[in-house]
Ligand binder design. Structure first.
Ligand code: CTP
Length: 398
């Protein structure tokens, strides 16, 4: 899929640099050529010899190497590639990129290049979450830099959280999507995600436990296959993925308007946990305790966005997918829900408290289509997302 493409790979100085050796192998297997550049610190983690042996190319490492300059100047080197990939992108490299510093070969190439740039950040969780790094990330995203990862998990330093570099195959998928090889290239997909908040008064609302993890993973997986994703999200706890159009909403009615505004689309995936009801008349002032007794809330039903889009007389996406969060009779209820809502597929999951799925990392999914029910083994939400994205790509290719 990457035949004939050249990746200028800038290897930063972090423990995750060891994964770069596997990454080079994976890129080469797919037909890509890799021109490696190592920062001085990268040499503390991997040797130029192993990098060069796997890439089957010379490793560039110092701006002031005059022999290299005679062979190929740094400006030219920055332009030979179809994509510049920074992996691992350390906090320091990100800071240099965000400020435009150019004090070594790697940062000079990044400033001089006119080709797309992708970074795979890797660092300690506190460093990732630090306001300075997040500010730099926002600057880089605004500059058009693609970002893959970081993933959440245990880290070499013993801490847990976001900061692990994406796995080599995730980086390869992101590169394939960027360079145009993805199966969903040219397709537009709308994804809803997260909970909705339905106001009671200016300070109180009705919500649910959805973290937005499954919808976010799905949007990222669709993006990695090359789709243009409109991500309509309620107030989720998981941050939205990079590289998608993010439309933030609070209420079900706002979500409906955002979805209809994002159409037309080739597919619409409804992973949001939309509140079924809202308070009929939300108070515009904070409801106070009074001696006259407890407040009485009356409810009205929210618009069912999935049903409405599934049954659109005109402009219905070719594939409409709903999720069904069930606690009992999962397959029976989800099959009935598919028929009732008029969608093509229902992704059913068992959210009974003992499964730990709502708000957790894993999902146990049954896919309900016109062909019946197909139960998948319990797996991580990222894996569920990838499997589902592949199925969506196959369905849209038919
Ligand atoms: N959904 C929606 N708009 C709503 C309610 C739900 O788009 N107002 C979508 C969800 O995003 C999900 C699917 O419908 O894809 C099913 O949601 P779920 O809450 O499981 O179903 P309900 O319609 O609430 O049915 P029930 O209460 O019978 O479980």
């Amino acid at each position: 899929m990457l035949a004939g493409k050249r990746i200028l790979l800038i290897i930063g100085g972090g423990i995750a640099a060891y994964k770069v050796l596997d990454l080079i192998r994976r890129l080469r297997e797919r037909g890509a050529a890799v021109t490696p550049v190592m920062t001085r610190a990268a040499g503390q983690f991997v040797t130029p010899l192993s990098v060069s042996a796997l890439a089957e190319e010379k490793v560039y490492s110092d701006l002031f190497d005059l022999t290299d300059e005679a062979e190929m100047g740094h400006i030219q080197l920055s332009r030979v590639a179809d994509l510049v990939l920074v992996a691992p992108a350390t906090a320091d490299l990100m800071a240099k990129m965000a400020t435009g510093a150019a004090d070594d070969l790697a940062s000079t190439l990044l400033l001089a290049t006119d080709t797309p740039v992708m970074i795979a950040p890797a660092m300690n969780v506190r460093m990732w979450q630090h306001a300075a790094t997040q500010r730099n990330l926002a600057t880089l995203l605004a500059d058009g830099v693609r970002v893959t990862g970081p993933n959440e998990g245990g880290m070499a330093c013993g801490e847990f959280g976001p900061g692990r570099m994406s796995e080599p195959l995730e980086i390869v998928a992101a590169i394939e999507a960027t360079l145009g090889g993805g199966a969903l290239q040219g397709k537009h997909v709308v994804v809803t995600s997260g909970p909705t908040h339905e106001p009671i008064d200016p300070v109180r609302y009705i919500a649910n436990r959805s973290s937005g993890a499954q919808g976010t993973a799905l949007a990222a997986a669709l993006r990695d296959l090359g789709a243009q994703v409109s991500f309509v999200t309620g107030p989720a706890t998981v941050p939205p993925p990079a590289g998608v159009e993010v439309i933030t909403v609070d209420t079900a009615r706002e979500m409906r308007a955002a979805v209809l505004g994002a159409l037309p689309a080739d597919a619409a995936i409804f992973a949001a946990a939309v509140a079924d009801w809202r308070v009929a008349v939300a108070s515009d002032r904070k409801i106070k305790k009074t001696k006259d007794g407890l407040p009485q809330l009356s409810f009205v039903e929210n618009p069912d966005i999935l049903s409405e889009v599934s049954q659109m007389p005109e402009g219905r996406p070719a594939l409409v997918v709903g999720f069904a969060a069930e606690t009992d009779d999962v397959v029976k209820n989800a099959t009935a829900k598919r028929a009732r809502k008029g969608c093509d597929w229902i992704v059913a999951n068992d959210v009974s408290p003992e499964t730990g799925i709502m708000g957790g990392d894993e999902n146990a999914v049954t896919l309900i289509t016109s062909d019946g029910a197909e139960t998948w083994e319990r797996m991580g939400k990222t894996q569920v997302a990838r499997q589902l994205a592949d199925r969506i790509a196959a369905a849209l290719a038919d």
